[in-house]
Design a protein around this ligand. Structure first.
Ligand SMILES: [Zn+2]
Ligand SMILES: [Zn+2]
Length: 507
């Protein structure tokens, strides 16, 4: 009976046909976080098709043909349902920014496209597929894993040539050395930038990695550079990773084409295809090959007496409890273009949490992970220096930007380290800080010293003196000082464990 809600949204439900309302027939809504000018979000409930019409106004090419708007409406709706849990950690479903989907004031055309496609979705095995779209693929669509390391590459998101967008838009950006360094520093890179060069390209010619002479780490992926510059200097500069790079006097000149990550539907390409007469279904089949499009091919006929329309009912996943979904006890908050890595992060965190809970003999806790967009943001919110990598604040894990942790090869152990804190700190609360840090380092399986890429002790074991005092661990003055204190905390903790003491009894 779910189609009744669809009809109600279409405004087609006859008043002469009153069906008893049950829970399932309530109009589906999205809780949308609307960014407030001063920061923070105001939460607004929006009926699904209102939301779709408003996002279309924010994401479509101006004056698109109806077929392009309809194809995008189906994609937007599918994206919204597949990503409903994205802002669970913030208390709503989706935000109104590029991070999720941009919400603007609906127009007659976007309203119409939402209505004629109401309820229609792109399905994979009967559930809304995890679809993506961007302004323009720049001539070739991208594999998810080329943009977000560790992401799945389902067959409906292939990398293939797209002549529809004609590599539009062509763009150039000139970024001063000092601005570029500021952006990279904000992403956790340290040192002075002497030169930036493209080190490798992926199979479709996009910049895969760049070399950063003079910085540490000394490389960055093309996507991470785009995100780093975007977050600090604005997204209008490096529009995509399909670029050439030239060093000029005091600046770098980027020239490229395409706009956005390039995975899935190319919005400019689909507008062109619609101009040439391609149907909404044709556009969807081209950019999402193999996905089922639910609902009838044409606009719904007028409802017969029973109120039935040609629109096939869809089951809103949020109303269907038994379905394979990610761990509900792990919530992840990710900024802008890191979203593609959500699946991999969730998997990794659930696994680490369950393992550590078994090792420690404690129940697996509910966990919230917050990856900060910049190191500055991390420092401001946690009150910790950038080289600490992670911190627990109000029982939530706060972490450096994903790009930083990954580029340093510290992502997994930082998550494990902070998870141990969440599970063990309460039991160790009254002990010196080295007991809690020692436990975190020991159980996270950290052999390496944070901030040190090589596996070697920071100093010789025989020169190790006492266990570190609280100040050394809680207010470290430098990377080196923290490494040293961590290493001693681990040794002190491990000594007692190896002597047969239970972790709860270390003191
Ligand atoms: Zn969002
Ligand atoms: Zn394209």
């Amino acid at each position: 009976m779910k189609w009744l809600a669809v009809i109600a949204l279409l405004g087609l439900a006859g008043t002469e046909n009153p069906e008893p309302r049950t829970q399932n027939l309530e109009p589906r809504t999205f809780r949308v976080g609307v960014l407030k000018p001063g920061g923070g979000y105001a939460v607004t409930d929006m009926p699904t098709e209102t939301y779709v019409a408003r996002v279309l106004a924010g994401e479509a090419v101006r004056d698109s043909q109806p077929a392009a708007l309809e194809a995008l409406a189906i994609t937007i709706r599918t994206f919204a349902l597949a990503n409903r849990g994205r802002h669970r950690a913030d208390g709503f479903d989706l935000c109104d920014q590029t991070h999720c989907q941009v919400v603007r004031t609906a127009t007659a055309a976007t309203d119409r496209a939402a209505r004629v496609t109401a309820g229609r979705l792109l399905l994979r095995d009967g559930t809304p597929a995890s679809v993506y779209y961007s302004a323009s693929c720049g001539g070739r669509t991208q594999l998810p894993s080329d943009v977000w390391p560790g992401a799945e590459d389902p067959s409906y998101l292939p990398s293939k040539d797209d002549d529809a967008c004609k590599r539009a838009p062509a763009w150039t950006a000139e970024i001063a050395d000092t601005d570029l360094l500021r952006a990279l520093r904000s992403s956790g890179f340290r040192g002075e930038l002497r030169n930036l060069t493209i080190a490798s390209r992926n199979a479709s010619g996009r910049t895969a990695t760049l070399k950063l002479d003079g910085l540490r780490p000394d490389h960055i992926s093309g996507q991470d550079l785009r995100v780093s510059v975007g977050r600090t200097l604005g997204w209008q500069h490096i529009k995509s990773t399909a670029f050439e790079l030239r060093k000029k006097d005091g600046s770098y000149r980027f020239s490229g084409h395409g706009s956005g990550h390039g995975v899935g539907m190319c919005v400019i390409g689909s507008a062109q295809l619609a101009e040439q007469g391609t149907s909404a279904e044709g556009i969807l089949a081209r950019y999402f090959p193999g996905l089922e499009i639910s609902g009838s091919a044409r606009a719904a006929p007028p409802p017969p007496a029973g109120g039935r329309t040609g629109v096939r009912p869809y089951s809103d996943p949020s109303l269907t409890p038994a379905r394979p979904r990610s761990d509900p006890d792990v919530m992840v908050s990710l900024p802008d273009d890191d979203e593609g890595e959500r699946g991999a992060i969730l998997k990794q965190t659930s696994k680490a949490r369950d393992e550590l809970a078994r090792t420690l003999g404690v129940p697996a806790p509910r966990v919230t992970l917050r990856f900060h967009p910049t190191t500055d943001d991390y420092e401001r919110v946690t009150g910790q220096a950038w080289f600490t990598s992670g911190a627990v604040v109000n029982n939530e894990l706060h972490l450096l930007p994903l790009t930083v942790l990954r580029d340093r090869g510290m992502l997994e152990r930082t998550i494990r380290h902070e998870l141990v804190h969440v599970m063990a700190d309460a039991a160790l609360g009254k002990r010196p800080a080295w007991v809690r840090e020692g436990a975190a380092i020991y159980f996270a399986g950290e052999q390496m010293i944070p901030g040190e890429p090589q596996q070697r002790p920071a100093f010789k074991p025989e020169s190790r003196a006492s266990c570190p005092d609280d100040n050394e661990l809680l207010h470290p003055v430098s990377v080196g000082a923290l490494s040293n204190a961590y290493s001693r905390a681990r040794t002190c903790f491990a000594k007692q464990i190896q002597a047969g003491r239970a972790w709860r009894d270390v003191r």
